[in-house]
Design a protein around this ligand. Structure first.
Ligand SMILES: Cc1cc2nc3c(=O)[nH]c(=O)nc-3n(C[C@H](O)[C@H](O)[C@H](O)COP(=O)(O)O)c2cc1C
Length: 320
């Protein structure tokens, strides 16, 4: 159990924001297995003002999809203030500010991980967000810009001074993007320096790696990201391992396929048949990772356009 401002979170396993992935169906599926707090993917402060269908979908939620954090990306005060004003119409439990995205087009604008190079400016932006957000504010950072600039401790202290209620930290530099060694030591230093909770992420692919993150960093909670792709069971598995020390069995083929059917149905209900099936294709690949003789069926699934055909492809997995 830990607290983010006024919010008490019982589970220390959180579903991280994942651009293009952590939509409402994906979050609902992960919540089945013990994920309590989840995040919407990052939303650009500027594009929030356009009120497009795309952002409306990103912001969509239901009463079962709680507690929920929204994540804002930006660096221009005027757009950030407008975005915060729009977000007042939505009842998110947390507002997370992104200072971690490594994409070139993002950092070139001075947004995302680009802000790690200007800790003082990031602190000022966070103060603006804290002063104008209805929801408690958290920030997502990386350990630094590159190997020569690992400044997470300094950045996190600025964030704490600005009034954020928790720091989420990915244990890699911007230069590492999503590969290379996770730096547990720097996360530990951040945890030691702060009095607010620290939520750590980086390579949480198994119960053992989740425990390693807790043990080596002393973090309050972990953000599960790529480890949940096609594997929402990871929440149950990590929880059980932390409680009992035994690694639980993987889900059976039958359990996997019936969850896939449910996930597919949620996608179609949410996006409509055509888009829902297309969006589900990547999940088909993730759910079937490690299955033997899967290649021809996977290639076929990538061309499927109807609910009936996709459902049939999932059913076929039971006979492989
Ligand atoms: C495809 C993809 C999309 C991501 N989108 C976001 C995002 O929108 N906001 C964010 O803060 N982090 C995002 N991340 C970073 C993850 O939340 C997480 O911090 C990172 O992947 C490290 O965890 P992992 O090694 O366990 O995957 C993304 C990562 C991936 C792989």
């Amino acid at each position: 159990m830990f607290e983010i401002g006024p919010l008490t979170i019982h589970s220390r396993l959180i579903l991280a924001p994942l651009a293009g992935i952590s939509d409402l169906p994906f979050r609902l599926i992960n919540r089945r297995f013990g994920c309590e707090l989840a995040f919407v993917e990052m939303i650009n402060a500027r594009s929030l003002g356009y009120r497009s269908m795309h952002t409306a979908r990103m912001l969509a939620t239901t009463p079962q999809d709680r507690p929920l954090g929204v994540q804002l990306l930006g660096c221009e005060p005027a757009y950030i203030l407008r975005a915060l004003d729009i977000l007042k119409n939505y009842k998110f439990d947390i507002l997370d500010f992104n200072a971690a995205c490594p994409m070139r087009k993002v950092v070139r604008r001075g947004e995302g991980a680009g802000l790690l190079r200007e800790p003082r400016r990031l602190g000022e932006l966070l103060k603006l967000v804290v002063d104008n957000s209805q929801a408690p504010v958290t920030v997502k950072i990386r350990i630094g810009w590159d190997a020569t600039c690992v400044n997470a401790r300094e950045v996190a202290l600025y964030a704490q001074d600005a009034g954020v209620r928790a720091v989420c930290i990915h244990g890699r530099t911007r230069a590492q993007v999503y590969s290379g060694r996770v730096d547990y030591q720097t996360i530990r230093q951040v945890k030691k320096a702060l009095s607010i909770p620290v939520i750590a992420s980086g390579d949480i692919f198994s119960p053992l790696l989740a425990k390693k993150m807790f043990d080596e960093t002393g973090c309050d909670a972990i953000n599960i990201a790529r480890g949940a792709l096609g594997n929402p069971w990871i929440f149950r598995q990590v929880q059980q391992y932390l409680e009992t020390g035994s690694v639980p069995a993987k889900p059976s083929r039958q359990e996997t396929t019936s969850l896939m059917q449910e996930h597919l149905r949620l996608c179609v209900d949410f996006y409509g048949q055509r888009n829902g099936v297309v969006i589900f294709r990547k999940f088909f690949t993730w759910y079937t990772r490690g299955m033997r003789r899967i290649r021809p069926l996977r290639e076929k699934a990538y061309r499927i356009r109807t609910l009936q055909e996709m459902s049939g492809a999932i059913e076929k997995l039971n006979t492989l």
